[in-house]
Design a binder for this molecule. Structure first.
Ligand code: G3P
Ligand code: MG
Length: 239
């Protein structure tokens, strides 16, 4: 298996504020062996871990993430919105997240989030940071909804394995996956049907589904041959 069966989505988004170091620790405590987190580029060229384009939902700031530099981002509280127990939690830098994930011995699915910037501007620093700070490529998969970003990743760093992300599997999924030399396919479980799942598997790809929080949905997916799930609730699936 290229990833693990149970992957903590945004860390452990049910037990800590998503995409924070606390969330990664909670995924590990829950027994997850891999985590998925989202990397984005700030206006000043720094890379941080965050899902939304806006700061509103997951911090005490507002406006667009990209309009800020690292100094202002680091002053924000990214924990209190979830619970007072996490007050003062910060948006992590990519380097901080990579360091902690490796300290904990976890595998990483790094999702590259394109938010209105040039593909190269994001992909180049992501690759450079991984080359400098990530040690075991067998415990790493890069993924993106952006075909362009994946093409760029493959061109710049063929040593990193790629997963092609889709919401609904498009008709031309196979040519898109081949184009970027993807090794895994990641799809939204709500948009997947059994026949399409079996088609992906028959073509030799490992199939992973997001976001699966109900055991009965996971059971159905295992029957279809899905290899792993991204879940906000790893504690319900591990052990
Ligand atoms: O990588 C799986 C999943 O995280 C993709 O969707 O919106 O949760 O980043 P999203
Ligand atoms: Mg994601």
């Amino acid at each position: 298996m290229l990833l693990s069966r149970i992957i903590g989505h945004r860390g452990n988004a049910s037990q800590a504020p998503e995409n924070t170091l606390a969330s990664i620790r909670k995924a590990h405590e829950a027994g997850a062996q891999w985590v998925e987190i989202d990397v984005v580029l700030l206006g000043d060229g720094n890379l941080v871990i965050h899902h939304d384009q806006s700061l509103r939902r997951c911090t005490n700031g507002k406006g667009r993430l990209l309009r800020n530099n690292l100094e202002t981002i680091r002053k924000l509280d990214a924990g209190s919105w979830f619970s007072p127990d996490f007050a003062g939690e910060r948006i992590p830098t990519l380097v901080e997240a990579l360091t902690l994930i490796q300290e904990l011995g976890l595998g990483l699915n790094l999702e590259i989030k394109m938010h209105r910037h040039a593909v190269k501007a994001l992909v180049e620093p992501v690759i450079a940071t991984l080359r400098e700070h990530w040690k075991d490529n067998d415990k790493l998969i890069l993924s993106s909804f952006s075909h362009e970003a994946l093409l760029q990743c493959h061109a710049l760093a063929p040593e990193f394995r790629l997963g092609h992300l889709f919401e609904k599997l498009p008709r031309n999924w196979l040519s898109r996956a081949r184009d970027v030399k993807a090794v895994t396919i990641h799809v939204d479980c709500k948009r997947l049907r059994e026949a399409r799942a079996r088609e992906v598997i028959a073509e030799g790809y490992e199939l992973y589904c997001y976001t699966v929080n109900k055991p009965e949905v996971a059971e159905k997916l295992w029957c279809w041959g899905v290899k792993g799930i991204f879940t906000d609730r790893p504690q319900d699936f591990v052990g």
